[in-house]
Design a protein around this ligand. Structure first.
Ligand code: TZP
Ligand code: MG
Length: 216
């Protein structure tokens, strides 16, 4: 996919998190969600060695490629580069996007989180390809994520940029309508899918709710 098409893409951005994936293999997870609306997968490993991270990245990249899914690495520009990922997601404390761009090149996707107006302003002044406001709703998946920013902040982001906006944090099949109603076509989730017994069903349900417009 050309990264310029990212804005038009409708779908789920699934973040792979070992804690919530429990014993399930990432490859099985990707295989079971890829036909149900997951269009982007992010690998988000914590507390493992660089070599281990890279080994996992190679495998996840292969599974994503096979399933036509965009593959993003969280935080680590070195791992994104070495695994030839489609891009990297950076937090406000990670390597500044300008260095990530120098390393990865102009064709790779660089995404950035923003949890308030100041972070948004910083992000929008960088050479990035999408922005993730959040946490939109409260979430226990990332205890240090800060206070929920709410739909109003997502609306504020939408009115301040033409870049793709991919909200994150506490999003599920019940509340996603508040986002699709304001024009959001992509959402990033962890628990809404990974905490379910049936990953495929949970993905379908979320995707359907995301695609459904103009809810009452
Ligand atoms: N960044 C902001 S909130 C969050 C991250 C990684 C966690 C999202 O997980 P969930 O389970 O979809 O709320
Ligand atoms: Mg980060």
């Amino acid at each position: 996919m050309n990264k310029d098409d990212l804005k038009k893409l409708t779908g789920i951005y699934l973040i792979l998190d070992r804690k919530l994936a429990k014993e399930k293999s990432y490859i099985e997870i990707i295989d079971s969600v890829s036909k149900s609306g997951v269009k982007i997968v992010q690998l988000r490993e914590k507390n493992i060695s660089t070599r281990e991270y890279l080994e996992i990245a190679f495998k996840v990249k292969e599974a994503c490629e096979k399933n036509g899914i965009i593959f993003i690495v969280n935080d680590r520009v070195d791992i994104a580069y070495a695994s030839n990922a489609d891009g990297v997601h950076l937090g406000q404390d990670d390597l500044p996007p300008k260095y990530a761009r120098e390393i990865l090149g102009k064709n790779k996707i660089i995404g950035m989180s923003a949890g308030n107006k100041k972070e948004l302003e910083y992000a929008l002044n960088q050479d990035i390809d999408y922005i993730s406001p959040g946490p939109v709703f409260s979430t226990s998946t990332k205890p240090d994520a800060g206070n929920a920013v709410g739909i109003d902040f997502v609306n504020y982001v939408l009115s301040n940029t033409e870049k793709p906006v991919i909200p994150i944090g506490g999003i599920n099949s019940d509340n996603v309508k508040y986002l699709s109603n304001i024009g959001i076509n992509k959402v990033a989730v962890i628990s809404a899918i990974l905490s379910s017994e049936d990953l495929q069903k949970a993905t379908e349900k979320l995707f359907l709710a995301l695609c459904k417009k103009n809810w009452a």
